[in-house]
Design a protein around this ligand. Sequence first.
Ligand code: SF4
Ligand code: SF4
Ligand code: SF4
Length: 337
Amino acid sequence: MVKYKKIEKTKIPEFIKDLTENYKVFGPVKKDGTYVFEEFNPEKPFEIKYTKTMVSAKKIFFPPEEVTMEFKGLKVKEKIVEEKIVLFGVHPCDINAMLILDKIFSLDHPDPYYWARRKNLVVIGVECEPTDTCFCKSMGTFELREGYDLFFREMDENNYCVYVASEIGEKLTDTALFEDVDPTIALEIEKRSIEKIKEEIPVKIEGLPEKIHSMYKNDKIWEEIAKKCLGCGNCTMVCPVCCCFNVVDTVDFDFKTFKRIRRWDACTLQEFSMVAGGLNFRPAIKHRIRNWFYDKFKVFVDKVGVPGCVGCGRCATYCPAKIDVRKEISKIWEEFL
Ligand code: SF4
Ligand code: SF4
Ligand code: SF4
């Protein structure tokens, strides 16, 4: 059951500093005109009111590149990282994305590298500042029922209301920095905060898996998108839900030390679907972009019950060709109504 507390805004730096005594703490900081999740540095305090980071928080518990095994001669050492990490300042869409990743990394064979980090992760969410590409309302990911330990919403000029949703959350707020708050007030603040969320281009999701499936073989729509798409993979790299990776083995110059590395991969990249002998079973961009849409809006639904998209809008913001997932979905609907 959620409990309610409050903290003065001026006390948040002290709260974060206290966290660093027991955890590595990551949060959003401003960098190069955008925001990025970085480890806490007292000289660069975290932003609480921020729009969105370029790369989502998934990079903390599912790193873009990690060594999973080291081989020295005949000795094999598996590298499982079990750090205690606090992820501060995560928006609702990204928390919902984490819940989807949890399901994906539990399918068939639970992923030990993912779960070693994830089970030790403390999640502190904050209410967001929507941008013109957000469509979390359409995706139903602007609200949270689970997936966080603490959640901060602005209460008034001087305070944040804090929603405490786990035992760890209770321990972290059981200090003189926090005071109890009347639940009626906390629920009113939550309502106000959710009502603030608007979206410029809503997306019709109901029935979309069936629509996408029905037009899988219709090249026209995919060719239209492919004419613009550069096959750069940005849309996947910034996506909080994409979870494909490649595994490569490298050898050091001593020819005795090997490393097995896994790296994020993207189905929009040409090499993604290349197999031994040089055959590429998605040879053209139209095949790859079709896979991106089909996977997100059909395969994810079949596998884990929800789309592989939380409406964060990053893919639209960072696409160099200005391909906007919301507008492409609208075209898909128009084409097949
Ligand atoms: S970011 Fe844009 S151009 Fe690059 S692969 Fe994705 S849709 Fe294509
Ligand atoms: S597909 Fe685009 S809008 Fe959806 S979660 Fe990924 S980056 Fe965000
Ligand atoms: S959209 Fe492509 S890169 Fe992203 S999870 Fe699906 S197959 Fe992987």
